[in-house]
Design a protein. Structure first.
Ligand SMILES: [Zn+2]
Length: 440
């Protein structure tokens, strides 16, 4: 089954839902719209000028306290985990979640309203395969607070989870395969639960205006307070599984693996999602051709120099190995001790400056944008760099592979790219670079 091709899915039509926001207590309406292949899940803030959208990806994660918050620039969307859990588990890869507030309606504190919404909209297959992540070796994250998440190889997506409250009250365990059917029946109805001692300060500060026994179970000592009786004897651990599904959806991948979770929480779940996304990046970097022979698809130094105005010592691309479709490029730069920056960075211990790697990414991304615009009369100007990380030093003698992928473009005006540099099969640096196009 691991070899069968899985297609991406979206919703069949727009469907809507309204309710109360947990934090502000205000009325929110949410509309779920179909989206094209490779679109992913995006939240749209209909209440703000220009109606900005935020990609539901781990790179946009902003906060993990109590609920999961994503954002881009100054725009935020809070408490995304239940709607993301429902979309992911019900097989929806691409959709727009449009809202007129900064938070989806809390509903009854479960994912049930979202499952109903998705079923109302219908789920339809699209023509492109989805990104499936097969766990090949154990991965894990742990925290000082006894949280441990382990991801193990498995043919299906399975979660085994424990939950224990203060003083090990309500210790529970459940293990199950997550499919649309099991999620709908066993997980989606499980409601949020809170400990009275945790929420009392928030209630006093008026931080959960929309919070009530209608949308959460409150545990006070040994007592369970809720509007309706428990839906499952082990409802708490089921809700923990729900949150794991939602937070891991931020990795943007279909997981084929077994998550073993001890005392999970949003922070650790998000950390595992980040590890997954990083591993996926590493794998796709590895899967590209790193052989030097140059085919028709690549560009040699002379051709690169016809496009880029940069010259020695500022030309950071030796040649383009190839393009993959319209959106991806791989180039190479051999780093030699003769690079002038090594003289001062640092004498006796030559290391390639990180900014030069960013420059290399920008030049490679420009080559991709040039191919896209197919004109030399407009030029892409480097506007900003986000989420830049330098993971490993680059030394003289290293061969650096530079990958760039177009992630977003707005007409002829703006383009966003995700780039990373690879040396010896390891990502050494990465970043998201934004460009604007101007006439030359
Ligand atoms: Zn939750």
């Amino acid at each position: 089954m691991s070899t069968s091709l899985e297609l991406q899915h979206t919703v069949g039509k727009t469907a809507s839902l309204s309710g109360t926001s947990l934090h502000t207590g205000e009325e929110v309406s949410l509309r779920l719209h179909p989206a094209t292949v490779d679109h992913g899940i995006k939240f749209k803030r209909k209440d703000l000028p220009d109606e900005p959208t935020i990609d539901a990806t781990i790179d946009n994660l902003k906060m993990v306290e109590r609920a999961t918050t994503i954002g881009e620039g100054s725009v935020r969307v809070h408490t995304v985990e239940h709607v993301l859990a429902a979309l992911s588990a019900m097989d929806v890869d691409n959709a727009i979640v449009e809202m007129d507030a900064n938070e989806p309606p809390i509903g009854d504190g479960s994912a049930q309203p979202y499952v109903d919404l998705i079923k109302k909209a219908g789920v339809i297959a699209q023509e492109e395969p989805r990104k499936v992540f097969h766990v090949r070796e154990p991965m894990h994250v742990e925290s000082k607070t006894d949280t441990l998440l382990v991801l193990l190889p498995c043919e299906t997506f399975r979660i085994s989870c424990t939950q224990a409250g203060p003083n090990n009250r309500f210790a529970q365990f459940l293990s199950m395969e997550i499919t649309p059917a099991t999620f709908e029946r066993e997980i989606a109805p499980a409601r949020t639960f809170v400990y009275y001692e945790d929420v009392r300060p928030l209630m006093e500060k008026n931080l959960i205006k929309g919070g009530s026994l209608e949308n959460a179970i409150v545990v006070r000592g040994e007592a369970v307070l809720s509007k309706e009786p428990l839906r499952f004897a082990d409802e708490f651990v089921r809700h923990k599984i729900l949150d794991i599904v939602g937070d891991l959806a931020l990795a943007g991948l279909r997981i084929r693996g077994h998550v073993v979770a001890v005392k999970p929480g949003h922070a650790a779940n998000a950390e595992l999602a980040r590890a997954l996304a990083r591993e996926q990046t590493r794998r796709s970097a590895m899967s590209g051709s790193h052989a030097m022979p140059i085919g028709d698809a690549g560009l040699d130094t002379g051709e690169v120099m016809k496009i880029l105005p940069h010259r020695y010592p500022f030309l950071m691309v030796d040649r383009v190995i190839g393009f993959e479709g319209e959106n991806k490029i791989t180039a190479v730069k051999c780093i030699t001790i003769n690079e002038p920056f090594f003289q001062g960075h640092f004498p006796g211990h030559p290391v390639m400056p990180g900014v030069m790697q960013v420059e290399a990414m920008a030049q490679v991304a420009s080559l991709l944008l040039f191919k896209l615009t197919k004109t030399t009369s407009r030029i892409g100007y480097f506007m900003s760099a986000d989420s830049v990380k330098f993971r490993k030093p680059v030394f003289p003698g290293d061969t650096m592979f530079i990958h760039a992928e177009l992630t977003r473009s707005r007409g002829e005006r703006m383009a966003k790219t995700k780039c990373h540099c690879v040396v010896n099969d390891a990502v050494v640096s990465e970043g998201e670079l934004m460009f604007t196009f101007l006439d030359k």
